[in-house]
Design a protein around this ligand. Sequence first.
Ligand code: ADP
Length: 363
Amino acid sequence: MAEIVLEGVTKRFPDGSVAVKDVDLDIADGEFVILVGPSGCGKSTTLNMIAGLEDITEGTLRIGGRVVNDLAPKERDVAMVFQSYALYPHMSVRENMGFPLRLAKVDKATIAGKVEEAARVLDLSEFLDRKPAHLSGGQRQRVAMGRAIVRDPEAFLMDEPLSNLDAKLRVQMRTQISRLQRRLGTTTVYVTHDQTEAMTLGDRVVVMRQGLVQQIGAPAHLYDLPRNLFVAGFIGSPAMNFVGAVLEAGVLRSPLGDLLLDDRTRRALERRNAPRDVIVGLRPEAFEDAALAREPGGPVLTVTVDVLESLGSDVYVHFGAEGGPVTTTELEELATDSGLRDTGAGAAQQIVARLDAATRARE
Ligand code: ADP
């Protein structure tokens, strides 16, 4: 059993700054949990406290049922994978991967067997005698993973392990890590500032800001029911649009027009006793072309296109609204048909959009 439990964990540095405040987190055995948030929010410090690389100022940390606050890193039986990979340049892949086992005085034959098994899993068998300098970035990253795997630890702790890779390799490695974690079933805590990694990799995501946990939940839960504006704005890509609105008799009057609420949203607002003035969060994917709408009815908005960005698969349509621009990805046909693609950024034209769903968010 290797659940990881944090109770009221706080980190105060000697200069008095508090990097992590009163974090409660219950990670189940075998679970893949992502810590996500902007730079400086306390993700790495939290991971380092679990690893034993930073002291815990207040609170309790349990790994596999044992309180480990005062245990040295090597006594915690966790394996860390760093952003820098931290490979030894003078050692071969084989030696790098076997190094933690050599330190633990495991016999040579066992080390050789474990290294070869890990190399097979990670597709590194043919590189075992190479030095890190003669490997690609992705291969180095896999060696770092292999060094963690050979120890068969209670948990993997990964600190931005993909951030040194180019975009394409990052996507490949993301799926490989996901597959590997499912295959090994080892409890994993993974730090990233990339919300796509957070949404795709984890069983659950912990969103942090300024040392405080904002929300913990499955990716789809955070997407559908963000607890506050920060989570709403952080999860999802491209980012959520926020529009100020006034709630009147079940209708949200906004600068975009009147937004009719779906039943779930209306009930949630009633339950929360929402005030008249609210901030509405609109996912870019929540707009529909009026001409192609699946269901007639609902609020139809007339907007002026500001800027059009074509990404090949998606077209981002930015249109003006009081209080800032709104972005949607859902008006591709309209953009094509109206010739906006040809006129490019800066073109202004009337388009009509039907609002599909409103996701509310209020601090
Ligand atoms: P993240 O991993 O989310 O980018 P960190 O956990 O690295 O954030 O840092 C959280 C906060 O703690 C930051 O404000 C950072 O400047 C501060 N911090 C990190 N290490 C130290 C340290 N050794 N002494 C003082 N402050 C630190």
